[in-house]
Design a protein around this ligand. Structure first.
Ligand code: AMP
Length: 282
């Protein structure tokens, strides 16, 4: 595993790989790596001889200064975590300056409305920040394919729109959500949960499974009410939103259509730590 910090080192390495005629996969992350991240890396390694894993806590996608400050930063452990991959994985851990030069600012994007619901509604400016940093990183070395987790399903759709808006010839591939054995979706934020909070957090996936079970017989409104009641009675978890939406345009479901696919999306606070998850319903 190589660990590099500068755009110049990255571009030199990529030029060498290109001279060998090899393709390059890309897994962008914010670090504090876990098995959810490695599931993406494993997918990328199946298709590309070399995979770049970026580790960069992007300031422009945080709407909450405390969340940014407290985001876990564990580069040494992350490098250790990926040490088995040897030469096929390159960690790129740039500074903010290396990515943004002197202007740490988001570009406003029009993602055709997808940016205004759920995560977009509750984290204003978040997807402009995501679009901005990915556009900058993509353009630094133009990977052939970039891999994103369905854990951040809305982000996956945003990135697909981004490459089309920016006319970038990069394939965007989604990968399934990796979970702990108790169902909790793996997340870097889980590292901030106390043992008590970790005991309670699997309720989030259990509530999504319950929504899925009811989906064929109940309306979206009935399911939403049931979920809201479940959280109202649940100490230790506070529901921020629960939505059932069309998987292509994220429009909230009002009337089910047979030929359409839907997912349920949820954001929950455990203390001050915000956790998100989602599930395919049909
Ligand atoms: P993050 O470091 O949280 O920005 O995540 C980097 C990438 O890993 C994103 O594409 C996430 O969707 C993906 N990811 C994070 N957690 C998981 C998980 N539990 N399963 C699958 N992908 C994940």
């Amino acid at each position: 595993m190589h660990l590099i910090y500068s755009k110049k080192e990255l571009q030199d390495l990529v030029a060498m790989i290109r001279r060998k005629g090899q393709s390059i996969g890309f897994v962008p992350t914010m670090g504090a790596l876990h098995q959810g991240h490695t599931s993406l890396i494993v997918e990328a390694l199946k298709k590309h001889p070399v995979v770049v894993v970026s580790i960069f806590v992007n300031p422009t996608q945080f709407n909450n200064a405390q969340d940014l400050e407290k985001y876990p930063r564990t580069l040494d452990q992350d490098a250790q975590f990926l040490s088995d991959y040897k030469d096929r994985v390159v960690i790129y851990a740039p500074s903010t300056r290396e990515v943004y030069k002197n202007t740490v600012q988001s570009t406003p994007y029009n993602f055709e409305g997808i940016e205004h619901v759920m995560e977009g509604e509750h984290r204003p400016g978040h997807f402009d920040g995501v679009g901005t940093v990915l556009n900058l990183l993509f353009r630094q070395f133009m990977p052939d394919e970039a891999f994103f987790g369905e854990k951040d399903y809305q982000q996956l759709l945003i990135v697909k729109k981004l490459v089309s808006i920016e006319k970038l010839a990069i394939k965007i591939t989604g990968c399934p959500i990796h979970r702990q054995s108790d169902g909790l979706a793996m997340s870097s934020r889980n590292k901030r949960l106390t043992p008590e909070q970790l005991k309670v957090a699997p309720f989030i996936y259990a509530s999504l499974q319950m929504a899925k079970k009811r989906f064929s017989t109940k309306s979206a409104l009935e399911i939403k009410k049931m979920i809201e009641q479940g959280y109202a009675q649940h100490e230790g978890l506070e529901l921020e939103y629960f939505e059932i939406a069309n998987i292509k345009n994220l429009k909230p479901l009002s009337r089910k259509r047979n030929n359409q696919k839907y997912r349920a999306f949820i954001a929950v606070f455990s203390g001050e730590i915000r956790l998100i998850d989602n599930i395919a319903l049909n």
